[in-house]
Design a protein around this ligand. Sequence first.
Ligand code: ARG
Length: 590
Amino acid sequence: MSSLAASISTRVADAFEAAGLPRELGQVRISDRPDLGQFQCNGAMAAAKIARQKPRAIAEDIVARLKQDDRFADVSIAGPGFINLSVTDTTLAAQANGVAADPRLGVPEKAAPETVVLDYGGPNIAKPMHVGHLRASIIGDSLRRLFAFAGDRTIGDVHMGDWGLPMGMLISELARRQPDLPYFEPGRTGEFPAESPVSMADLEALYPAAAAACKADPARLEAARAATAELQAGHPGFTALWRHFFDVSVAGMKRDFDRLGVQFDLWHGEAIVHPLVGPMVRDLGERGLAEESEGALVVRVARDDDRHEVPPLILTKSDGAVMYGTTDLATIIDRVRTYDPDLILYVVDQRQHLHFEQVFRAARAAGLHGKARLEHIGFGTMNGPDGKPFKTRAGGVMRLEDLLAMATEQAEQRLTEAGLAADYPAEERADIARKVGIAAVKFADLGNHRLSNYIFDLERFTRFEGRTGPYVLYAAVRISSLLRKAGERGMGEGGAGAILPPTDIERTLVLELCRLPDAVAAGYDKRAPNELCDYAYAVAQEFSRFYGACHILSESDDSLRASRLALCRVTRDALVLVLSLLGIAVPERM
Ligand code: ARG
């Protein structure tokens, strides 16, 4: 089915067409002035320019045509020619019953689904995930859910940083510490131990030590570079060692992402496309797209009309080392070959915008992208109270695991304050606290437009009041418990009754519920999960107003009670659906 706004738009478009004007002008949206009408159409302004008439005259003509349609309760003109529209309560009820009967709650499935690769998360091997990776994971996972729900075929790829200089740093650092390991035996090609010589904790200690040594001592940096080059050239011992680093890190990441409720289809990294790099670089050279510059091989991507400088993309440095952009280009080749996607989304920190501009231009110049549209979905930083990217109290990188533990603990406290889940079994209560904590973190992150920075404030994020995850979560849980009670009292199966034409008390809630498809479409089109957060919060607030203003279980009129229970059920389902698109799980009870 289509949304109420969409079907009204069709009706208004008909009126514009009948008046000899373009149909697009009939687009309506939710009114900015609900006191004047439920929907508004601003098309008369643009029509005035085309038809060289006064906007008001055009609006009058359109309104006269719409007044003949008995689905409208009111059509009027405001100001110079804004058209305000309200539908009848019967029309609203018909739409709401359609939503209630639809498993997709009125959200249409895409007519032409696409294949979409989403690149998000992007943690690095041997380094703990930082808050940038947290944002990439949360936003990317939400977009994957949203695209999949819309009907697209989605492929989520974690695209780990597992190649390049950091790997050489780790190898050369370990070679100093444990030179007797078989991986360093010159000329050895045979079997290497199956057991990793390092744990995740070892790796996390090894990396900062190696990085500091390379910074302080050029000889150490040189050794790391040499090890990187040997690894990339296929040195058997280094390759076996790298495999251990990879496996140990991925096991840790899987645990972290699991806790966070973030999923991926592919656990690929940069290294996996290494075999494609050599042939790609040669091909770009042969086609005259890559050229030498101070010993490096580069692709020039600047354009005459650039307003800011776009430096060349470096493919290989003078020592032959492969760069970040090189693996990104090779990854495009790989994705096009394997999935032939229509779209590739890169959910990565906005500070990498230039990098993606370079990569996209190079890919398009060389025609490596097949039919895919390439989009960088940037985001801002999560900051500490000092306004700088969030760190631990000690000034270090906040580990995802610790952050989630903090959120759970804070959520637990909030449950106690609110007297929720008080007498539940300990295990269930712990599970609820975990879900509330994750809802708090994810909703706070997704609730801002992705490009804006925000301050991490668990105290506020975990509150059960205000625009928070726990508030919306609680609204959904509370409705479920109401529906359970109705079921126990034999008042109809969980709100399956017919929705009656709304009265003043119910009207805004019904309108809000009919708006779900528009919120989903806005989130999809703008790649902006905050549209979903705004919607969920608005529904939860509207529900709370409705709940406070009218009788539900205590309503004595059977059909009115059934209608209100049906509204409760649709509200709950809409909240659960939107939360699921945000990657937020709803507990059974609280
Ligand atoms: N590993 C990178 C980082 O930590 C993010 C990777 C993003 N994805 C990409 N295709 N470059 O900054």
